[in-house]
Design a protein around this ligand. Structure first.
Ligand code: DIR
Ligand code: MN
Ligand code: MN
Ligand code: MN
Length: 314
């Protein structure tokens, strides 16, 4: 695997300080060295710099829309470049509003994508259905063709074009949806494995059916958008909107192993790791290590172990 890493220290898609420090914590836990240790060629493109956007007044319900729009425009350009350099792109957040730029930049280089959204939340509110005004709860509505007519004009978003079809989105891990989001999922017929389906089917069948759905026609490149709050708060407590009853560490790792095996993984987001929200050093460590291990699973780590083809017993 050749992997290009971009850090996006951005937090204005939600209101809890600290999530902008997620990327550096994931790096400090040894992501680059560990990926290299499992045979990946890794280029770290560093962190983006997001300048302050003055006078960023709310637009309707939307909080700090200009900062979110500008940050995502920058990120989209960076992801497009990393893809054109021939890498699988890893975007380290930051909050989940960054999926707007990450998926846009990915789509600009690849045209048709499947999006696997692993999250406790569906992040598909529109600017009119959002109960909070936080744009990290809305990125998919900006990206999906079928919702385009529901998105008003927002300052600093004029660069953005929808780039994903509703049929090419699959959710895993859902357990906290707003009414408008539930309506949109049903109305557009979006494939979703809530925690109820994970309980009923088990994660192996969920991944089989996820792949069956994504590969029903052509094999499109996969964009995996992983919100660390998909995992149970006992595993990843240092996140802004934890919800009880989440994926186990093992279920999370299984998802990444399975996606890696498809050979179609083309970009990954790892978002919502907020080191400020760990109550202890161990809570921060557990959350950050889970993020690192999920990323290692995306790039070939298998739990059965492995060895070089020319290995000889000494
Ligand atoms: C809620 C929470 N649905 C919202 N969303 C979160 O603000 O729209 N997404 N926490 O990760
Ligand atoms: Mn979430
Ligand atoms: Mn499969
Ligand atoms: Mn999310």
């Amino acid at each position: 695997h050749s992997v290009g890493i971009i850090g996006a220290p951005f937090s204005k898609g939600q209101q809890r300080d600290g999530v902008q420090r997620g990327a550096d914590h994931i790096r400090a836990a040894g992501l680059v060295q560990k990926l290299k240790g499992q045979g990946c060629v890794v280029k770290d493109y560093g962190n983006l710099t997001f300048e302050d956007v003055p006078k960023d007044e709310p637009v309707g319900m939307l909080k700090t829309p200009r900062a979110v729009g500008r940050a995502n425009e920058l990120l989209a350009g960076a992801v497009q470049k990393i893809k054109s350099d021939g890498n699988t792109c890893v975007m380290l957040g930051g909050d989940h509003s960054l999926a707007i730029g990450s998926i846009s930049g990915h789509a600009a280089s690849r045209n048709e994508l499947s999006v696997l959204w692993v999250d406790a939340h569906a992040d598909i509110n529109t600017p009119l259905t959002t109960p909070t005004g936080n744009i990290h709860g809305q990125p998919l509505s900006y990206l999906i063709y079928e919702l385009h007519s529901k998105i008003p004009i927002i300052p600093n978003f004029s660069w953005l074009k929808p780039c994903v079809a509703a049929k090419d989105v699959v959710f895993i891990g859902l357990r906290d949806l707003d009414p408008g989001e539930h309506y949109i999922l049903k109305h557009l017929g979006i494939k979703a494995f809530s925690m109820t389906e994970v309980d009923r089917l088990g994660i192996a069948k969920v991944m089989e059916q996820t792949c069956d759905h994504m590969f029903s026609k052509v094999k499109k490149p996969i964009h995996l958008s992983f919100d660390i709050d998909a995992l149970d708060p006992s595993v990843s407590p240092a996140t802004g909107t934890p919800v009880a009853g989440g994926l186990t560490y093992r279920e999370g790792i299984y998802i990444t192993e399975h996606i890696c095996q498809t050979g179609l993984l083309s970009a990954v987001d790892m978002v919502e790791v907020n080191p400020n929200l760990g109550k202890t050093e161990d809570e921060i460590k557990s959350t950050v290590n889970a993020a690192v291990d999920l990323l290692l699973g995306c790039f070939g780590r298998v739990r059965e172990g492995s060895h070089e083809p020319d290995y000889k017993i000494p």
